[in-house]
Ligand binder design. Structure first.
Ligand SMILES: [Zn+2]
Length: 397
């Protein structure tokens, strides 16, 4: 049995005074984050050891005595900030480990934050009413409850986008008891740039074009932004405008992701994809490509949560050698980044590179499924991944 995680996002309309309280609390969260990070670094440099969550909690208690303003933050929100710092530290240690194994990863301590734009309530401190959520230390916030939630609510987060809209997201958990029985074919899926996705049965899902107009607009405003004086009013205005366009593109992209994922879960009984592909893709400066990169995570999440009701299962597989292996004979050979066709030196198979990969993904999923059902992976819906859809373009903050 699997635990099914879902995230629900609603537009929220806090009052003016709630907005200033929220902004104040986000400011305090940022201060707390940076103080905890500073403390962790100091501790690491002195002892070579991790500043544990237990240490952090003790330290926060002391901090609150000295600086009572931190009592304005709900205790669970403080807890979440500590979790974020320790998460950043875990990643730091993971990168060190990877570097020792010879992988090329950027090291360096976790960075200090110049802002935090969300507050997360991990367990308590909020109560759901019909069109409002009552939040400890903030009050009752109005939101547009356009969709009923399923499962048990685990966390609640309030977030402000860069275009200064507010959203509330709830993540829920539910035991998945579905029997996966829609009798449709199984398929492997290769996510890519040339095609958005290539399926092992030969289906191609083209990459939707972001209108050149939107891209041009973005570029113009980005350029203008870099000419504006830092901290000035015009710069702030241009930033909001930039965020609005990015969010508009993100919404269009989101629409495509919802429609495509819906179509797929209703056409197949099982969809296998490469789990780490998203994380492994190199950063690129091309805008259109950044948008594509950022949407893969959301896409697999949408697939997962739509899969259940459609009787489909979504399986994440290890991406090892999916591109280099011949899908016919299993021979492993190198293939250049720009080579579109896989030509097997062993059996002579000539096949489209992405199609070859998608067949290997299907095969890998088959092996995984035969030895343990626990290999079925549903990606976790994380607040960051879902809530950030408006910020995928990076740009200057
Ligand atoms: Zn071959």
């Amino acid at each position: 049995m699997f635990i099914l995680k879902k995230t629900y996002k609603y537009r929220a309309y806090p009052s003016q005074s709630q907005k200033s309280t929220l902004n104040r609390q986000m400011y305090l969260s940022k201060q707390l984050y940076n103080l905890l990070l500073e403390q962790s670094q100091k501790y690491f440099k002195e002892t070579g050891k991790t500043f544990t969550k237990y240490d952090m909690n003790k330290w926060i208690t002391k901090l609150k005595k000295k600086n009572p303003e931190f009592n304005e933050l709900y205790s669970q929100v403080c807890q979440n900030v500590a979790d974020r710092v320790s998460g950043a530290y875990k990643n730091f240690f993971r990168r060190i480990k990877e570097r020792k194994q010879g992988k090329k990863v950027k090291g360096g301590f976790p960075r200090f934050k110049s802002y935090i734009s969300s507050l997360t309530y991990p367990q308590s401190g909020f109560k759901l009413e019909k069109k409002m959520v009552s939040v400890s230390k903030i009050g009752r916030i109005n939101f547009v409850n356009h969709r009923d939630m399923e499962g048990k609510i685990k966390t609640m987060a309030i977030k402000q986008t860069k275009s200064q809209e507010w959203y509330i997201t709830f993540s829920t958990e539910k035991e998945d008891t579905s029997l996966f029985s829609n009798n449709k074919p199984q398929v492997g899926m290769d996510l890519g740039l040339k095609e958005y996705a290539t399926l092992s049965d030969g289906t191609r899902i083209p990459n939707p074009r972001i209108s050149n107009k939107s891209i041009d607009k973005l570029k113009t405003i980005q350029r203008r932004l870099s000419n504006k004086k830092k901290g000035g009013k015009n710069r702030r205005k241009a930033k909001i405008k930039l965020a609005r366009i990015s969010e508009h593109i993100a919404r269009q992209r989101d629409d495509f992701l919802h429609k495509t994922s819906y179509r797929l879960v209703n056409s197949y009984s099982s969809i296998a994809y490469e789990e780490l592909k998203i994380a492994n893709m190199a950063k690129n400066h091309n805008l259109a490509r950044q948008i594509t990169d950022a949407s893969w995570g959301n896409f697999t999440q949408y697939l997962c949560y739509k899969a259940e009701s459609a009787g489909c299962r979504v399986v994440g597989v290890n991406p090892r050698n999916t591109t280099r292996t011949c899908s016919k004979c299993g021979n492993i050979q190198d293939i250049g980044l720009s080579e579109r066709t896989y030509l097997c030196q062993n059996c002579g198979l000539k096949i489209d590179r992405d199609l070859n990969a998608s067949i290997n993904i299907l095969t890998t999923a088959g092996h995984a499924g035969s030895n343990a059902s626990g290999d079925v992976v549903r990606p976790q819906l994380q607040e960051a991944a879902v809530g950030e859809s408006g910020t995928i373009l990076g740009g200057s903050r």
